[in-house]
Every structure is written in structure tokens, then in C-alpha cells.
Design a protein around this ligand. Structure first.
Ligand SMILES: CC(C)(COP(=O)(O)OP(=O)(O)OC[C@H]1O[C@@H](n2cnc3c(N)ncnc32)[C@H](O)[C@@H]1OP(=O)(O)O)[C@@H](O)C(=O)NCCC(=O)NCCS
Length: 196
């Protein structure tokens, strides 16, 4: 079995993996399930997705893909059925309870009632984008925020993702700013904004 490092190297190399990975974007919406992530297997899969997207794909962060807010946060993930032709280059840690984890996000509540919650670490595996998995993860977190009584939810959107968040009821606050050379935009959503 390949190591995780080999897996990522394989995914990001320019050799003939494009065919192998050009698979599952045509996933029916009914096959996407969003749920809360709990326990070590979920957390491991969540970190694999984070590392794949923010470290290996974007080079936005180092190899560390966890922080002190993880244990107290609501972790959301979206899964799809494991395709029969899943390349063996996908790390087995992405398969939890017989399904493939493809999208993740984290909701961290503020302290006290009526306070602001924050969403971070939103990512979908590149091979599964555009199928609705990211929106499913976001809706789950927004419902959890509403239920927990958060007045507002804020996030720092990468520039390219602003339209994605707008569709979910977020509006831009203030001017864009740079984080490690990448344009970001503070966005907020008020409690009870429509969820499709
Ligand atoms: C942003 C991201 C999480 C979206 O995940 P996804 O699973 O592809 O999103 P979905 O398929 O659920 O898309 C939901 C809707 O948003 C739209 N959308 C998604 N990404 C978009 C983008 N970058 N620009 C414009 N629209 C976008 C989709 O077209 C879809 O619209 P529809 O409902 O009309 O079909 C994903 O592109 C990603 O992981 N990007 C890299 C990491 C990143 O930028 N994370 C966010 C950090 S702030």
C-alpha cells in the first residue's frame, strides 16, 4: 500500500494520473450525505482532505492541518458511495463506515448566547467539486449554527469562493485583504437567512 506522502505526490504530479482521476464529478445529489464528524476515523479523514486541498493543492499552509479549536468545534463532512473503480491511490483513511469522505468544514461557536460563530477549513477534494458536496457541508453547519443560537456566522473567504458563499446567504463585509499572498474577503451571514 502507498504511503500518504506517495499518494499526494502521485496526485499532484504531471504524469498520467489525469485519466485515472478524471472520475466522479457526475454524482447524483441523492448520493451525497452530509453529517457531523465524530471520533478519530472521521477526524483523520477530515485532516486528509484539508491536507490535500490547503497544503498540497494550494500550498496555502504547511503540513499541519489541525489547530486548538478542533476539539471544541462542530465538524461537518460529506460522503459519497465508494466508487467500484476508486483508484488504490486514494488513501484508505478517506473511507469511513463504507463511504468516501469528499468534503469537509468546521463550525466554531463563540462564547455565550447570541454570539458570532465562525466557519473555517471548508474544502472539497478536487476530483469531487461541483457536485454539491461543499454546499451540503455548508448547509449542515449553518443549520447547526442556527440551532445553537448564533446570531451571525462569519468566515474569511478565498477570493474565488465568494460566489459559493453568496449563494448560501453570506454577504461581503469591508474590503478584501491578503493572507499569505491570497486575496480573502470577510463575509457574514445573519441567523435564519434562507437555506435552500
Ligand atoms: C469552494 C469549494 C469548497 C466548493 O466546494 P464544491 O463541493 O465544489 O461546491 P458545490 O459543488 O457544493 O457548489 C455549490 C454551488 O456553488 C458554486 N460554486 C462552487 N465553487 C465555486 C466557485 N469557486 N466559484 C463560483 N461558484 C462556485 C457551484 O457552481 C454550485 O452552484 P449551483 O448550486 O448553482 O450548482 C471548493 O471549490 C474547494 O474546496 N476549493 C478549494 C478550497 C477553498 O477555496 N475553500 C474555501 C476556503 S474559504
Amino acid at each position: 500500500m502507498r504511503s500518504l506522502t506517495d499518494f499526494w505526490r502521485h496526485l499532484t504530479s504531471d504524469d498520467d494520473v489525469s485519466q485515472e482521476l478524471a472520475m466522479p464529478t457526475a454524482i447524483p445529489a441523492r448520493d451525497i450525505e452530509a453529517r457531523e464528524g465524530r471520533g478519530s476515523a472521521d477526524m483523520l479523514a477530515i485532516q486528509v482532505v484539508r491536507r490535500r486541498v490547503f497544503h498540497e493543492e494550494q500550498g496555502f499552509i504547511g503540513a499541519s492541518v489541525t489547530d486548538h479549536d478542533d476539539p471544541r468545534s462542530f465538524q461537518a463532512l460529506a460522503t459519497v458511495p465508494v466508487p467500484p473503480d476508486l483508484p488504490e491511490t486514494f488513501p484508505p483513511d478517506l473511507v469511513v463506515a463504507g463511504r468516501l469522505v469528499v468534503s469537509v468544514g468546521r463550525l466554531t461557536m463563540g462564547q455565550g448566547p447570541g454570539s458570532e460563530a465562525q466557519i473555517t477549513w471548508v474544502a472539497t477534494l478536487p476530483e469531487y467539486r461541483g457536485a454539491g458536496a461543499g454546499a451540503a457541508v455548508m448547509r449542515l453547519m449553518l443549520r447547526a449554527a442556527d440551532e445553537a443560537g448564533a446570531t451571525t456566522v462569519r468566515l474569511s473567504a478565498q477570493g474565488h469562493a465568494i460566489p459559493f458563499y453568496r449563494r448560501l446567504g453570506f454577504i461581503a463585509i469591508g474590503a478584501p485583504y491578503d493572507i499569505r499572498g491570497m486575496s480573502h474577503q470577510l463575509m457574514s451571514r445573519w441567523r435564519g437567512s434562507d437555506l435552500d
